[in-house]
Design a binder for this molecule. Structure first.
Ligand SMILES: [Zn+2]
Length: 168
């Protein structure tokens, strides 16, 4: 009995780990997708290294411009993400957060994308152009929470499509 309980606790810790303990690793981004009613929300976190090639506050006008440009580029929801057409999702304004430079020597760029979907239950896949636009990105760990269930999968330049049925 105790053994079973320990296993269950271990399993739930593991699944929490997938969702929350996302270490900052260069070349790897995190995404988490939540569908609630008609509202589809995708939170993306990319190491700034992937986006800019550096992870400290900009030091010159050129670097400030590069950051601004990256934030604008990452806010173009329709250019980056293509949800299943059948779900009839319409992109709302994306929100890119100014990076927290902290002091750790590392920084992420976080963007929140939102859609309102007329047929949310028809959402089966989302294709991304992130790998095309950010060549230093090699992997995107993708968690989803949908009314049908939740799970985790991994997107790569060769597999730039999230599908509801994906296994990790
Ligand atoms: Zn870093």
């Amino acid at each position: 009995m105790h053994a079973i309980r320990s296993i269950l606790i271990a399993l739930s810790l593991c699944s929490l780990g997938w969702v929350w303990a996302a270490p900052h690793t260069h070349g790897q981004g995190q995404a988490s997708l939540v569908l609630s009613g008609q509202t589809l929300t995708l939170e993306l976190s990319l190491p700034l290294d992937v986006v800019l090639g550096f992870e400290r506050a900009p030091r010159s006008d050129k670097e400030r411009q590069a950051l601004q440009q990256a934030m604008t580029q990452l806010s173009q929801t329709d250019a980056l993400w293509t949800p299943s057409a059948a779900a009839q999702c319409k992109a709302q304004a994306a929100q890119a957060q100014t990076p927290d430079w902290g002091g750790s020597g590392h920084a992420d760029l976080d963007v929140t994308y939102t859609w309102v979907c007329q047929q949310p239950m028809a959402l089966e896949r989302i294709q991304t152009q992130l790998f095309e636009q950010f060549k230093r990105l090699r992997r995107l760990d993708f968690n989803h929470v949908l009314p049908k269930g939740q799970g985790a999968s991994r997107l790569t330049p060769k597999q730039p499509v999230w599908q509801a049925g994906n296994k990790p």
